[in-house]
Design a protein around this ligand. Structure first.
Ligand SMILES: C[S@@+](CC[C@H](N)C(=O)[O-])C[C@H]1O[C@@H](n2cnc3c(N)ncnc32)[C@H](O)[C@@H]1O
Length: 314
């Protein structure tokens, strides 16, 4: 029997909104592209009758947890892999078209709360941060190999970090003397760079976020993942994305905008050569934000934004 209620550290964000936007039919086929602890997936699965749910995660620990938590639902298949290969993962299980796909981006609480995973600046652990623990480059290796300008670019693009040059210099000084192997080493580099502050700088959190996003190439996979999702989306099917970071939201917003506007091909002298009708329509006029009640229950929801598109039948 499915587990009706069990407690895991990860509380699903904007669950009701995401479920409603997916417009679940009991005979439909759905994908949860980011299993995590399987919270959203469990809610989708509980609404299915003859339908199916494919659940994906690149993190082997998340896959193991989702398999355990969702074991009672015969409609669920859990797949380990990157959602940027979603079409291939689904083809392997004989599926080429689905009615709804959910992306719930960022890290899970299980990843953050396990010091051995190296995602958190609040506990000492190896400087790892790989979502896919079989990937070859962890955070320590990424920082060891990156040039100063690559480090600066990541801190700027993924962390909105202000004093990037000072922080990059301290990271490089430490890594060059083999003192950049633990999460506490990265905290120390940021603290040393901003030693005029009396308390731990707020930048520590954003530097960890930036390094994590660089190590996991999160925005690159998001771009590809959304396009692969569109390639398997059936007519009237929906893609729902929950973002937590301005960079993630920008990728989702731009891709959705491209799909929902007519595509016009111009000749060099400005004449219209081809015009294609939009392939999707926006489901929401503006992104949905969490309610104050949800933020007070679950502070992780604070920066969440939900966007959704629907495929226009040809
Ligand atoms: C915020 S958690 C999802 C939580 C989940 N919705 C729940 O209710 O428990 C995000 C998950 O996405 C996974 N993830 C991130 N990028 C991925 C990618 N490119 N491919 C597959 N999984 C990814 C992470 O490993 C993490 O487990």
């Amino acid at each position: 029997m499915p587990v009706a209620s069990d407690s895991y550290a990860h509380v699903p964000v904007m669950e009701e909104e995401a479920l409603e936007l997916l417009c679940i039919r009991e005979d439909g086929i759905y994908v949860d592209a980011t299993a995590g602890a399987g919270g959203h997936a469990m809610r989708v699965a509980s609404r299915l009758g003859t339908g199916k749910l494919f659940v994906i995660d690149r993190d082997p620990d998340a896959v193991a947890l989702a398999r355990t938590r969702l074991a009672g639902y015969s409609c669920v298949t859990v797949l380990q892999g990157n959602y940027s290969t979603m079409d291939a993962l689904l083809a392997r299980v004989g599926t080429s078209a689905v009615d709804g796909i959910l992306f719930d981006l960022g890290v899970s609480s299980m990843q953050l709360d396990n010091p051995q995973r190296g995602f958190s600046f609040q506990t000492d652990g190896p400087l790892d941060m790989r979502m896919d623990t079989t990937a070859s480059v962890d955070a320590a290796q990424w920082l060891a190999q990156a040039s100063r300008s690559e480090i600066i670019q990541a801190l700027r693009d993924y962390g909105d970090v202000g004093p990037v040059g000072r922080i990059a210099n301290k990271i490089i000084a430490r890594r060059d003397s083999n003192r950049m192997n633990r999460t506490t080493d990265l905290v120390a580099a940021v603290t040393e760079a901003l030693d005029f502050l009396s308390s731990m700088p707020m930048e520590v959190r954003t530097v960890f976020q930036a390094v994590r996003m660089a190590v996991n190439e999160e925005l690159k996979h998001l771009d590809t993942g959304l396009r692969r999702a569109a390639s398997v989306l059936a007519p009237a099917g929906r893609i729902v994305a929950i973002t937590f970071h301005s960079g993630e939201d920008r990728v989702v917003k731009q891709i959705f905008r491209g799909w929902t506007r007519p595509e016009v091909l111009l000749s060099p002298d400005g004449r219209i050569i081809e015009k294609h009708a939009p392939v999707m329509k926006q489901v929401l006029r503006k992104p949905l934000l969490p309610s104050p009640a949800e933020i007070s229950r679950n502070p992780r929801a604070k920066s969440a934004k939900v966007r959704a598109v629907e495929r226009i039948p040809c």
